[in-house]
Ligand binder design. Structure first.
Ligand SMILES: Nc1nc2c(c(=O)[nH]1)N[C@H]1C(S)=C(S)[C@@H](COP(=O)(O)OP(=O)(O)OC[C@H]3O[C@@H](n4cnc5c(=O)[nH]c(N)nc54)[C@H](O)[C@@H]3O)O[C@H]1N2
Ligand SMILES: Nc1nc2c(c(=O)[nH]1)N[C@H]1C(S)=C(S)[C@@H](COP(=O)(O)OP(=O)(O)OC[C@H]3O[C@@H](n4cnc5c(=O)[nH]c(N)nc54)[C@H](O)[C@@H]3O)O[C@H]1N2
Ligand code: SF4
Ligand SMILES: [Mo]
Length: 700
């Protein structure tokens, strides 16, 4: 230590290694500086290669979020009507006693009437689905199908490549051509974007495929602004061109793929003109891209989840995942495709989550993407018991689930018992009977996988819990004890859970020392085929899908609500994330909200002019599901015919206490039963009420 000028006030600054918990492919390694038990700042770990010492703007504000004056610091009991957000503080003993009594009473009748609802508020293996799943499995509660983000693309990838596996992120830096497909990397995959820029400096060409001219599209060499949900048509037209120009790797096709003849036939039905009409772009753009893809080595595709939030999302992911095999791109470590790398991790989920505690019971499974309908359903033989209790953790369904008017109505049911484990009073917490204060990443242990890179990261607590907050694990441990669940697994502490996640399948010494350790993933995993499919080949044709009575080949499936199909709602709407929020997290962090200011709808000047809408004017966006008032931003980021409602704002920050999910539907994707947030038709009109009333000041 260097001697300090005022030793009596200057305690040493400690650096604690952690991991970013957020639902982001980058899973950065964090360094928290702590003095006197207080976190001073959170920075990127310079020694972790993919983090490279850099964090996004959001997590750079993690200290502001952790000590936010609105943190929930004690258990809260509801004292106003549901949704009013009126609560009073209560003790932990009182809260847990009441909750244990209510849940025990319901479980005694039928535990399936209890629904756990969770997603990726934290991606940690420990604070996510470890102790929580043990608890719900021991009760026999309903199971939750966690579909809200990625299930269509995951299914598409798994039916083609065999799992959520692909290129190693770091080798994108050596690619000569990168297709950034359904991804706004600058917003949602910053550390990949750094690699793409490095590739570009070395002469690579970057092509963005996105209906919106995103910040990422601005910085690419070419941008194909296709209509939402038309990606498979584009992929087939690319295949068409690869076939007719013979830009094919015949040897790779013969040795490492399954179903080439059939796929070739289908591709030949998609000349560029046909796809151009479906995608709403010039055929020449497709020809140019096909030439680049067919003649540049190595070529890589960064596919991301933005393209699979539509009816045909699973099939589109399948079609795109076929492309690298056609040109033999997998032969090179800088060629191939990456959607998710999460399938590489040998996580011992059975040990963490203990499905054996179900002891032969087979509870029903409810889909988290249709929670709006399911909370409003009565008991029936097909559905089972009405949902009587919901326990929410790591998620904010009232804001993020589709068709949110119904979700809010479901959560407002007076006869529903709702417990929400939260750091803040979100829209969902506002509907709770009990809010239980949860720790943040700076306050608990966890272990992390990633879906961008392939390292394992350990998160150590940097500070003591703020207020009376407890880790999710501890809340479920205490509830289990009160409810008489006595399996020894409920005594495992968080460090034990960290050890159980991988057993000895990762380098524990390195994890403890460095905070991270890489998995031994091959540099070019499919250079010699060996895909983790049943056949060991890249499956253009999937026998598994065919056995289910589905098409064994990928196909283009038009949207549930295709652009141009409904004269009353002529505009397609997509609602991808705002850069300074992470889903609905950080929406309440003052410095970040100041950047995003207020919810907006981007609309092309041509579409605005046709409706007499001026820049900055209040508009009403509506369809048969609902109506949402918001400020219009005239912008060529939106292409004609497509509007963009950047999300995901808390409903209570919206003009009428609603957000963009007021308009989205609970329809599902072709594969994986996923939601279709970007398959949504709307109409937009100038807001008559706004014209009469003075505009309120924009929040600073
Ligand atoms: N800053 C920030 N980062 C995030 C998030 C966040 O909220 N904020 N969310 C995190 C989460 S949970 C996820 S899943 C990922 C999401 O990140 P991505 O996987 O990149 O997905 P999205 O952001 O949903 O959409 C990416 C782009 O796809 C475009 N898109 C919409 N429809 C289509 C389509 O039909 N076809 C094609 N080709 N493109 C389409 C959108 O306009 C958008 O620009 O990001 C993570 N990272
Ligand atoms: N219209 C539209 N809707 C969308 C999307 C879209 O692009 N457009 N994106 C969809 C996607 S991709 C996703 S992934 C979902 C995301 O939906 P969610 O997974 O619900 O994500 P968040 O909105 O970030 O809410 C996570 C909550 O978890 C809390 N949390 C964080 N850590 C902890 C913890 O340790 N303990 C507890 N108890 N709570 C914690 C945070 O405070 C936060 O309120 O939204 C989906 N909804
Ligand atoms: S949100 Fe993503 S980019 Fe930001 S710190 Fe976390 S992992 Fe890194
Ligand atoms: Mo997501």
């Amino acid at each position: 230590m260097t001697p300090a000028t005022f030793p009596e006030t200057t305690a040493p600054v400690q650096r604690v290694l952690g991991a970013c918990p957020h639902d982001c492919p980058d899973t950065c390694s964090l360094v928290t500086s702590v003095q006197d038990g207080v976190a001073l700042r959170v920075q990127g770990n310079p020694d972790h290669p993919s983090t490279g010492g850099v964090l996004c703007a959001k997590v750079s504000r993690y200290v502001e979020r952790t000590y936010h004056p609105d943190r929930v610091l004690t258990p809260l009991r509801r004292v106003g009507p549901k949704g009013s957000g009126r609560f009073e503080p209560a003790s932990w003993d009182e809260a847990l006693d009441v909750i244990a009594r209510r849940l025990s009473g319901i479980a005694a009748r039928d535990p399936q009437a209890i629904l756990p609802y969770s997603y990726c508020g934290t991606m940690g293996l420990v604070q996510g689905e470890a102790m929580a799943q043990r608890f719900f499995h021991a009760l026999g509660a309903s199971l939750l199908d966690r579909t809200i983000c990625a299930s269509a693309g995951a299914a598409g990838l798994t039916h083609t490549l065999g799992g959520k596996v692909g290129m190693r992120m770091e080798f994108f830096a050596e690619s000569r051509l990168i297709l950034i497909w359904g991804s706004n990397a600058i917003t949602s995959n910053l550390h990949f974007w750094r690699l793409a820029q490095e590739a570009r400096r070395r002469g690579a060409k970057l092509v963005c495929i996105d209906p919106r001219r995103s910040e990422t599209a601005d910085k690419c060499d070419a941008h194909l602004a296709i209509l939402p949900g038309t990606d498979a048509a584009l992929a087939f037209a690319l295949m068409h061109e690869l076939v007719v120009h013979d830009w094919l790797d015949h040897d790779y096709l013969a040795r490492h793929t399954l179903g080439w003849e059939a796929l070739r036939e289908r591709a030949l039905q998609w000349p560029p003109e046909r796809a151009a009409a479906v995608c709403g772009i010039p055929a020449q753009q497709i020809r140019d891209l096909a030439r680049d893809y067919g003649t540049t080595r190595p070529a890589a595709i960064r596919l991301n989840y933005g393209m699979q939030r539509v009816r045909g999302g699973g099939n589109a992911a399948r079609a795109i995942a076929c492309l690298p095999a056609l040109v033999g791109a997998w032969r090179h470590r800088a060629g191939g495709l990456l959607l998710s790398s999460s399938g590489w991790y040998p996580v011992d989920r059975a040990r963490l989550q203990r499905p054996d505690l179900l002891a032969g019971r087979q509870p029903r499974t409810l889909n988290m993407s249709t929670v709006g309908d399911d909370l409003l359903r009565a008991s029936s033989p097909a559905f089972g018991p009405q949902v009587e209790a919901v326990v929410v953790y790591n998620s904010n369904p009232v804001a993020v689930a589709p068709e949110s008017a119904k979700v809010a109505r479901g959560f407002a049911r007076e006869d529903l018992f709702t417990v929400v484990l939260e750091q803040f009073r979100t829209d969902t917490a506002d509907h709770a009977d009990w809010v239980l204060p949860a720790t943040t990443q700076l306050e608990h242990w966890d272990l992390h996988t990633a879906y961008g890179h392939t390292d394992v990261l350990l998160n150590r607590p940097a500070i003591a819990p703020v207020g009376q907050a407890l880790p999710n694990t501890e809340i479920f441990r205490r509830l289990a004890r009160r409810m008489g669940l006595d399996d020894p697994c409920f005594a495992d502490d968080d460090e034990t859970l960290c050890r159980q996640a991988f057993g000895d399948r990762v380098d524990v010494q390195a994890l403890r020392r460095d905070g991270w350790t890489p998995l031994p993933v091959p540099e070019a995993p499919f250079a010699d085929g060996r895909f983790p499919t049943a056949s060991g080949r890249c499956e253009f044709f999937s026998a598994t899908l065919a056995r289910q009575g589905l098409d064994g080949l990928p196909d283009h499936l038009p949207n549930h609500e295709p652009a141009g199909s409904d004269p009353r709602h002529p505009l397609a709407m997509v609602s991808p994330p705002a850069r300074n929020f992470l889903n609905s997290t950080f929406v309440n962090v003052t410095s970040l909200r100041a950047i995003e200011r207020e919810p907006v709808l981007e609309i092309h000047p041509q579409d605005a002019a046709a409706r007499g809408i001026a820049d900055g004017q209040r508009v009403r966006v509506f369809n048969d599901r609902g109506s949402y008032r918001v400020r219009a931003e005239l912008s060529t980021r939106a292409r004609p015919g497509v509007v963009v409602g950047l999300g995901i704002w808390w409903r209570k920050f919206g003009l009428d206490g609603t957000n963009v999910n007021e308009l989205t539907s609970q329809k599902l994707t072709d594969l994986g039963n996923g939601p279709v947030f970007y398959d949504c038709l709307v109409q937009v009109e100038a807001d008559a009420a706004a014209a009469a009333a003075p505009q309120p000041a924009v929040p600073a």
